[in-house]
Design a protein around this ligand. Structure first.
Ligand code: ATP
Ligand code: MG
Length: 202
């Protein structure tokens, strides 16, 4: 399974509908500083429910909505606004089988599972109120449904699926013990260590 395409609409610096294709093995995105490369990664983390707002460099979800006066002072609320990100996964290798998609969507009517579309919207209705919605192949679902589905493919919020800017430097400079914890996490040993610790406590 791999990401086939991203569709961003009013997400961060993407002020109009933008489709970004991804290739099966390797895709590189290049551009000047501040051109929106990291925002593309933030979009993936946002749509798949993989990060807290701090992880996608925002104080609150509504900061993710395109704001033409982003760097300026015009931050006043003037009418309903929303951002949307869709991640289209190529699942032709059946990483996620039909029954998993059906159970996550809560209906048999999920269409073709060779292509899985996960979409998230954040909608602001007034100064203080906003709503967040997730969709799986067009069906409204909960975050936990998306997370359960992606966990089948080894993609989890706690996992190391995304190496962020600065992560490599952090790994190099951290203590050996902390580095070992990361390796344990990746190798799947950490889970057993946690269970062992629980057992000893009992
Ligand atoms: P670098 O090479 O420095 O890492 P980058 O290509 O990764 O740069 P990003 O961090 O993705 O750049 O983009 C930063 C830009 O996104 C900034 O110019 C910032 O103003 C803009 N931006 C962030 N949030 C919004 C928003 N809600 N509305 C409009 N622009 C935004
Ligand atoms: Mg960047």
């Amino acid at each position: 399974m791999h990401i086939k395409e991203l569709v961003l609409d009013d997400f961060k610096s993407f002020g109009r509908k933008t489709r970004i294709p991804f290739y099966r093995d390797f895709t590189t995105i290049s551009g000047p500083n501040g051109s929106g490369k990291s925002n593309i990664i933030d979009a993936v983390l946002f749509a798949l429910g993989l990060a807290r707002t701090s992880g996608i460099r925002a104080d609150k979800l509504t900061d993710l909505i395109y704001n033409p006066g982003h760097e300026g002072e015009s931050d006043d609320f003037d009418g309903e606004r929303e951002a949307s990100v869709e991640v289209i996964l190529d699942n032709r290798d059946d990483t996620l089988d039909r029954s998993q998609v059906v159970s996550a969507a809560g209906t048999e009517d999920v269409g073709d599972v060779a292509e899985i579309a996960i979409r998230r919207r954040v909608k602001q209705t007034d100064e203080e109120t906003y709503y967040s919605y997730y969709y799986l192949n067009g069906r409204s679902v909960n975050l936990s449904d998306i997370q359960d589905l992606l966990a089948q493919a080894g993609v989890t919020p706690e996992g190391y699926n995304v190496v962020m800017q600065g992560d490599v430097t952090e790994i190099i400079t951290m203590t050996a013990g902390r580095r070992r914890e990361i390796i344990d996490e990746i190798a799947g040993v950490a889970e057993f260590d946690a269970k062992k610790a629980d057992a000893f406590e009992e």
